[in-house]
Design a protein around this ligand. Structure first.
Ligand SMILES: Cc1cc2nc3c(=O)[nH]c(=O)nc-3n(C[C@H](O)[C@H](O)[C@H](O)COP(=O)(O)OP(=O)(O)OC[C@H]3O[C@@H](n4cnc5c(N)ncnc54)[C@H](O)[C@@H]3O)c2cc1C
Length: 398
C-alpha cells in the first residue's frame, strides 16, 4: 500500500492512538487530527475510572478480550517510556454469597482463557489481608490490574504524533465528511481539506458523524452517565486498590465499585443512568436535541422496557446518596454517607441496536476510505493502542 494522507476525527485516547499508529506503522505519510474541544481527552477519556483492566470479564474470542490484553502491554511500554504514572495496585472482585461465588467462578475461568496473568481465587482470610475493610466469602484476585491517568496517556500519545510530523488541531469541530469516490473531504471550522483515509473516533458523537458521512445511523449512541463520589481524605484507608462486586447478569452495567485513583483519591461509582445530553455533565442539564434523539429511537424504548429492575436500582442511586453508598457498603460495610463528597461525572458513549440490545464488543465498520469506531466502551481506554493497531490493520487491507 502506498503511504496515505490521513485524518482522524476525535482527540480522545482512541483517536490520538490511531493517529500515532498511522504514523509509526508507516501507513500514513501525513496525519491531521481534529479535536473540537480546546484540549485533548475532554470527554470519556478524561472522565473515567482510570483502571487498566486486565481482561477478566470479556467473551473469549471477541475483540475486547484480545485487544484488552494486547492494550495492557502497549500501555505499559508507553507509560514507562513517557513517564506517565502507572500503578499495579491489584483488584478484588468480591463474592458475598454462594450465588455470587458460582458466578465468580465463571469469570475466573474466562480470565484464565483470556490469559490474565496471576489471577486466582482467594478465601475470606486472604481477602482480609489484601483489602482489610472488604467483606465477602471469597474473591477473585487480579494482582496486575492497574491504574493510570488516561488524559496524561493521551497527551503522551499526542507527543508521539507531533514528533512524527503529525498535526493536532484543537478547537476544530468536523461538521461534514464526504467521500467522492477517490478521496474524502473533511469540513471543519478552518475550511475543507481532502484525505485518502479518514477515521472517525468521535466517541459520543460518532454515530452522528458516521451518518453524516453516508454510513448507517445504527447502532445509535445512547449516553449513560456515571456519577462518582470521592472518599474524604481521612477515610481513604478503607481501600488499598480496586474493590468490585460480582456483576449481576440482570443488569447491563458493572455496578458501583471502589477505585483508587492515580492521584491517591478513592472513587466510589460509577452508577449508570440515561444522561440529559451527550455532553451534559451538570446533573440538571438537559439538551433538547440529544433527548429528542433518544426519545425518537425505538431501540431505547425496547431497552428500557427490558431493563426496568436496572432502571429502578440505578434510579435510586441517582436520587439518593444513601442508596448510592449502600451499593458499596454491601461489600465495604464501614463506608458511611458522611465519608464521601461528590466527584465528577463521566458519560459513556454506549452503542445500542434498534432491537434495544446494548452492543457489547468493540465495533469498527467502514469503507475503503472512511473507517468508523462505532462502539468503544470500557475497556476502551485500556485497549486504545491495540484498537489503533487493529484499525490501521483494517486500513492496510483496503
Ligand atoms: C464513567 C466511565 C468510566 C470508564 N472507566 C474506564 C476504565 O476504568 N478503564 C477503561 O479502560 N475504560 C473506561 N471507560 C471507557 C473509556 O473511557 C473509553 O473507552 C475511551 O475513553 C474511549 O475513547 P474515545 O477516544 O473513543 O472517546 P472520547 O474520549 O469520548 O473522545 C472522543 C473525542 O472526539 C471529539 N469529537 C466528537 N465529535 C467531534 C467532531 N465532530 N469534530 C472533532 N472532534 C470531535 C470529542 O470532543 C472527544 O474529545 C470508562 C468510560 C466512562 C464514561
Amino acid at each position: 500500500m502506498t503511504k496515505v494522507r490521513a485524518a482522524v476525527v476525535g482527540g480522545g485516547i482512541v483517536g490520538v492512538a490511531v493517529a500515532r499508529e498511522l504514523l509509526v506503522s508507516g501507513t500514513a505519510a501525513e496525519v491531521t487530527l481534529y479535536e473540537k474541544e480546546p484540549q485533548l481527552a475532554s470527554h470519556q477519556t478524561g472522565r473515567n475510572s482510570g483502571v487498566v483492566h486486565a481482561g477478566l470479564y470479556y467473551e473469549p474470542g471477541g475483540l475486547k478480550a484480545a485487544l484488552c490484553r494486547r492494550g495492557v502491554g502497549l500501555l505499559q511500554e508507553l507509560t514507562a517510556r513517557r513517564h506517565v504514572p502507572y500503578d499495579e495496585c491489584g483488584k478484588v472482585v468480591v463474592a458475598r454469597d454462594e450465588t455470587e461465588l458460582a458466578r465468580l467462578r465463571v469469570i475466573f475461568d474466562r480470565a484464565l482463557t483470556n490469559g490474565v496473568p496471576g489471577v486466582r481465587m482467594i478465601d475470606a482470610a486472604e481477602l482480609a489481608r489484601i483489602e482489610p475493610h472488604a467483606r465477602g466469602i471469597a474473591a477473585l484476585y487480579s494482582p496486575t490490574t492497574a491504574i493510570t491517568d488516561y488524559a496524561a496517556v493521551t497527551r503522551a500519545l499526542a507527543e508521539d504524533v507531533t514528533e512524527a510530523g503529525g498535526r493536532v488541531l484543537l478547537g476544530q469541530e468536523v461538521t461534514g465528511m464526504h467521500d467522492d469516490g477517490t478521496r474524502v473531504s473533511v469540513v471543519s471550522g478552518s475550511g475543507a481539506a481532502t484525505f485518502d483515509l479518514v477515521v472517525n473516533c468521535a466517541g459520543l458523537q460518532s454515530d452522528r458523524l458516521a451518518k453524516a458521512s453516508g454510513d448507517s445511523a445504527n447502532p445509535r449512541i445512547v449516553p449513560f452517565f456515571g456519577a462518582y463520589f470521592l472518599l474524604r481524605p481521612e477515610r481513604r484507608s478503607l481501600v488499598n486498590g480496586l474493590i468490585y462486586p460480582v456483576p449481576d447478569p440482570r443488569y447491563p452495567f458493572l455496578g458501583v465499585h471502589l477505585t483508587k485513583r492515580i492521584d491517591g483519591e478513592i472513587m466510589v461509582g460509577p452508577n449508570a443512568f440515561l444522561a440529559g445530553g451527550r455532553e451534559a455533565y451538570n446533573a440538571l442539564a438537559l439538551v433538547p436535541r440529544d433527548l429528542a434523539a433518544v426519545a425518537g429511537f425505538g431501540g431505547f424504548w425496547r431497552f428500557a422496557a427490558g431493563n426496568i429492575p436496572a432502571a429502578i436500582r440505578e434510579g435510586r442511586t441517582v436520587l439518593s446518596r444513601k442508596a448510592f453508598i449502600e451499593a458499596a457498603r454491601a461489600y465495604v460495610p464501614e463506608l458511611g454517607v458522611a465519608d464521601v463528597v461528590p466527584g465528577r461525572r463521566g458519560i459513556r458513549a454506549q452503542a445500542m441496536n434498534p432491537d434495544g440490545s446494548l452492543v457489547d464488543d468493540f465495533v469498527i465498520t467502514g469503507s475503503k476510505r472512511i473507517l468508523q469506531v462505532r462502539n468503544a466502551p470500557s475497556p476502551g481506554a485500556t485497549s486504545s493502542m491495540a484498537i489503533a493497531e487493529h484499525i490501521v490493520g483494517l486500513a492496510g487491507r483496503n
